[in-house]
Design a binder for this molecule. Structure first.
Ligand SMILES: Cc1cc2nc3c(=O)[nH]c(=O)nc-3n(C[C@H](O)[C@H](O)[C@H](O)COP(=O)(O)OP(=O)(O)OC[C@H]3O[C@@H](n4cnc5c(N)ncnc54)[C@H](O)[C@@H]3O)c2cc1C
Length: 230
C-alpha cells in the first residue's frame, strides 16, 4: 500500500486505540497511544464500536448491533471432504438477494409457524470446511445495543440440529465456540457519516461486510478525493 498509494503506517504505537478525532481549523487531528497526527483526510472504520469516537452521531444513525454465535469442529475423520460450502432453506430468508423468489413469503410463514425458534434467534445455517478438515458452522443473529457476553447453548444446539437435516457427515466434535459482532442498518447497505470537516466514518456494512468492504472503500475514497480536487 505504501508503494501504490503512498500510505504510511504508524508502527510501534504503544496503545493503538484511537481515543479522539478532533478538528483544529478544519484539519483533523487523530490521537492514539500518546501521539497525535494531523491529516488532510481521515476515514474512521471502527466497526460496531460506535460509542467511543462519535457517540452522538452514532446514536442518531439508526444502526443496531448484531451478535452472532458460531462453532468450529475438530478435523472430520478419514479425510472426509465437504466439497462446496453449504446453505439450506433457512438461508433463503436471511439474505436480501433472495427477496425476488416468489415462494419466499410462504417459506417464511411456514418456518415462523413450525419452528419459531429459528426466527427468535435469527438462525440460518452455513457449513464450510478449511484445509485442516475442520468445519465452520453458524450462525445466529441477535440484535440490540447490549451484547450479552454469555453464549446460548440452545442456539448452538439448534444450529447443529438443523445441520443434520441437510448434511450427512461423520460424527462432529465441536472444538471451539465463539461469538462476533457487527453493526447493521435496517435499510442501508452501509452507513457513511461526516461528523467533522474532512472526517468520514464508514461502518454498518452488516453481514456482507467482508464481501463488500473492498469495493465500498474504493468507492468512498475515490469519490471524496475527486470532490476535494474539484
Ligand atoms: C460471525 C461473523 C460472521 C460473518 N460472516 C460474514 C460473511 O460470511 N460474509 C461477509 O461478507 N461478512 C461477514 N461478516 C461481517 C463482516 O465481518 C463485517 O461486516 C466486517 O468485518 C465489518 O468491517 P468493518 O471494517 O466495518 O469493522 P470490523 O471488522 O469490526 O473492524 C473494525 C476494527 O476497528 C477496530 N477499532 C474500533 N475502535 C477503534 C479505536 N477507537 N481505535 C483503534 N481501532 C479501533 C476494531 O478493533 C476492529 O479491529 C461476519 C461477521 C461475523 C461477526
Amino acid at each position: 500500500m505504501h508503494a501504490v498509494a503512498a500510505v504510511s503506517f504508524a508502527r510501534g504505537v504503544m496503545n493503538p486505540c484511537v481515543f479522539s478525532v478532533s478538528s483544529w481549523f478544519d484539519v483533523p487531528d487523530v490521537r492514539a497511544g500518546g501521539k497525535s497526527w494531523q491529516a488532510q483526510r481521515v476515514w474512521v472504520c471502527s466497526g460496531h464500536d460506535f460509542e467511543s469516537l462519535f457517540p452522538q452521531q452514532f446514536s442518531a444513525s439508526g444502526m443496531v448491533r448484531c451478535k452472532l454465535q458460531m462453532m468450529r469442529t475438530q478435523p472430520v475423520g478419514n479425510r472426509w471432504r465437504l466439497g462446496p460450502k453449504l446453505a439450506a432453506g433457512l438461508t433463503l430468508r436471511h439474505y436480501r438477494s433472495f427477496e425476488g423468489c416468489p415462494t419466499l413469503p410462504a417459506l417464511m410463514q411456514r418456518i415462523a409457524r413450525a419452528s419459531p425458534w429459528f426466527d427468535r434467534h435469527g438462525i440460518h445455517v452455513l457449513v464450510s470446511q478449511n484445509d485442516a478438515g475442520e468445519l465452520t458452522l453458524g450462525d445466529s443473529h441477535e440484535y440490540g445495543d447490549a451484547v450479552d457476553p454469555f453464549d446460548k447453548t440452545e442456539i448452538d444446539d439448534l444450529v447443529l440440529g438443523y445441520r443434520g437435516t441437510f448434511l450427512d457427515a461423520p460424527e462432529l466434535r465441536i472444538a471451539s465456540r465463539w461469538h462476533g459482532g457487527y453493526a447493521k442498518h435496517e435499510d442501508r447497505l452501509a452507513v457513511i457519516l461526516h461528523p467533522q470537516p474532512r472526517v468520514t466514518v464508514v461502518t454498518g456494512v452488516g453481514g456482507a461486510g467482508m464481501t463488500l468492504s473492498f469495493g465500498l472503500a474504493e468507492q468512498v475514497v475515490r469519490r471524496e478525493l475527486d470532490e476535494a480536487e474539484c
